[in-house]
Design a protein around this ligand. Structure first.
Ligand SMILES: [Zn+2]
Ligand SMILES: [Zn+2]
Length: 143
């Protein structure tokens, strides 16, 4: 279930997390950690559930919907991981969570941050848009 984070300084809101799309595909909401642009990664549900298990084709197909462009990404076991360029700020980096376009929480939250862990203190992260430490978890939405 995707989670929203919002910045009180520049009013940027980003969503992160996976959900089922209306057309039966699996969507992962992501953002660019350099500028805060929102992205949606689309893949088939069967591919999503296959995870890292080998598929017969040994390739995985993804569609990345950005603020301006739609990019098709092919990840093959026998090729280096493709790179991705942000539509908005043009930063280039490896496709995947460790790259510039990621589904990990903003800087300051920790990769496995869980807003429902029961801890009293709500962390404040760094906004990918304006770089202020004003990014807070806002909401989780169900699909
Ligand atoms: Zn901001
Ligand atoms: Zn960017």
């Amino acid at each position: 279930m995707p989670k929203d984070y919002a910045c009180s300084e520049c009013e940027l809101t980003i969503s992160i997390g996976s959900y089922h799309g209306y057309d039966g595909e699996y969507i992962t909401a992501m953002y660019c950690r350099h500028c805060g642009a929102q992205y949606y990664l689309q893949q088939s549900t069967s591919q999503f559930y296959a995870g890292n298990e080998q598929t017969e084709e040994e390739i995985a197909l993804y569609t990345v919907r950005g603020p301006a462009c739609i990019q098709d990404i092919v990840v093959s076991e026998h090729e280096p991981t493709p790179s991705l360029i942000c539509d908005n700020c043009r930063v280039e980096g490896q496709f995947g969570s460790a790259g510039p376009i990621t589904d990990r929480p903003p800087e300051g939250f920790g990769d496995d941050y869980d807003p429902f862990s029961g801890s009293d203190s709500m962390p404040v992260g760094i906004c990918p848009g304006c770089r202020s430490r004003t990014m807070k978890f806002q909401d989780e939405w169900t699909t």
